[in-house]
Design a protein around this ligand. Sequence first.
Ligand code: ADP
Length: 180
Amino acid sequence: MKVMIGDCCLELVQGDITKQQVDAIVNAANSRLAGGGGVDGAIHRAAGPTLMEETRRRYPDGCPTGDAVVTSAGNLPAKYVFHAVGPVWRGGNAREKELLQSCYRRCLELAIENGCESIAFPAISTGAYGYPMDLAAEHSLQAVIDFLREHGKPKLVRFVLFGEGAYGAYCRALEELMAR
Ligand code: ADP
């Protein structure tokens, strides 16, 4: 599914984020940038060891929740990896929405700062961190739509959803948000 926000394309696809031919892909990292399972494991495996070496060297203190840091992308087709730290879902009253939306905004800012015209996001926090998929879809898409309306770039924002359930949830949320 694809919609235009002004001159920008917002696209949802089902697939594997490590395969995306875009300027930057986003990793759902933890605050120690220590590596993990899920999308983080897949990205580090596909990128090779230089990714972890660079993360350790440049960000020994890790990255706070709601923020993101940039590295090169090793063997991946992308130019950069943005390591974003999403919130752990604690029931919804622990600033989860604000922190999740902050992750997406920070990555879009990093895209602009690094001259990226295209960026691919996974569904941050919806795996091990337990954020309910339908809420994550609404909150993350709203943050991206607001950013694109305000800044008019990057040109392409793609959500790469892992599996049919996630893809369906994001499609439903995007339809609702566009009808508002
Ligand atoms: P978090 O700790 O932020 O919840 P996870 O990696 O556990 O991060 O999960 C985030 C989302 O990424 C989940 O919806 C998971 O299904 C998805 N995911 C896992 N592997 C990939 C992949 N290769 N490409 C895209 N999404 C993936």
